[in-house]
Ligand binder design. Structure first.
Ligand code: ADP
Ligand code: MG
Length: 228
């Protein structure tokens, strides 16, 4: 089933002679449960694309559907709701708050979610258990390795049980071994029927995905090059 559908998505930053055409008409479809890699040179538009996918930014033109909902038709309240419920975000430098513990960092999205959640402690402990990080629950990010910090940020992305995980160079700050551990987590999340889109420079990481989408200068080079 098609979960994500983009048609002719255009995004330009700035105006007139300083304008940058970051996305020049992107067509993209992603099925439920797919693990997708987005690769491409620096400046090719990968982060811009991910931000539009995650409803953090909106395109200048084109159509974007999530679960057959036309994102353009949503008011800002509904957009925020979709963003918080459907998406979990992971970034290269983890974006953890240093003066919050692991537990407090992971709890942030739960505190922002609308429903009253009573068993926050239990939800967070269960996720940390799955990521082999249960013993770090009361540590601070500065007491952890890079790989452990990325696992905390993945836990934070998962805590609202989103359908789609968007990860922007999640292994970019990690050495090979820790990067592979993070990739193994994404693969196990996929087995829980989540849809995952990973931006990466690392072809070892990309080649473990179901499909590679190549972005070049704001265009999709090949969206249907399947590895499996
Ligand atoms: P990538 O993630 O592939 O490196 P980006 O999506 O970050 O590429 O950037 C695509 C292009 O848009 C680049 O030329 C970049 O300089 C430009 N760009 C990105 N964000 C902004 C912004 N906020 N303002 C102006 N230009 C931007
Ligand atoms: Mg980028």
């Amino acid at each position: 089933m098609e979960l994500i559908k983009m048609r002719s998505i255009v995004k330009t930053y700035g105006k007139h002679e300083t304008a940058v055409n970051a996305l020049k008409g992107i067509d993209l479809s992603v099925n439920k449960g797919e693990l997708i890699a987005i690769v491409g040179p620096s400046g090719s538009g990968k982060t811009t694309l991910l931000n539009i996918l995650g409803c953090l930014d909106s395109p200048d033109s084109g159509e974007y559907f999530v679960d057959d909902i036309n994102v353009e038709s949503l008011n800002s309240n509904k957009l925020a709701k979709i963003r918080n419920l459907k998406f979990g975000f992971v970034v290269q430098n983890f974006a953890l708050l240093d003066d919050y513990t692991v537990f407090e960092n992971i709890k942030i999205p739960l505190d922002y979610s609308e429903s009253k959640i009573k068993n926050k402690k239990e939800i967070i402990s269960n996720i940390l258990k799955k990521l082999n990080m249960e013993d770090k629950i009361n540590k601070y990010p500065t007491e952890l390795s890079g790989g452990q910090c990325q696992r905390v940020s993945i836990a934070r992305a998962l805590v609202n049980d989103p359908e789609i995980i968007l990860a922007d160079e999640p292994t970019g700050s990690l050495d090979k071994k820790m990067g592979q551990q993070v990739m193994d987590i994404f693969k196990s999340i996929k087995n829980e029927k989540k849809t995952i889109i990973i931006v990466t420079h690392d072809m070892d990481i990309a080649s473990q995905c179901d499909r590679i989408i190549k972005i070049e200068d704001g265009n999709v080079e090949n969206s249907d090059y399947a590895l499996v």
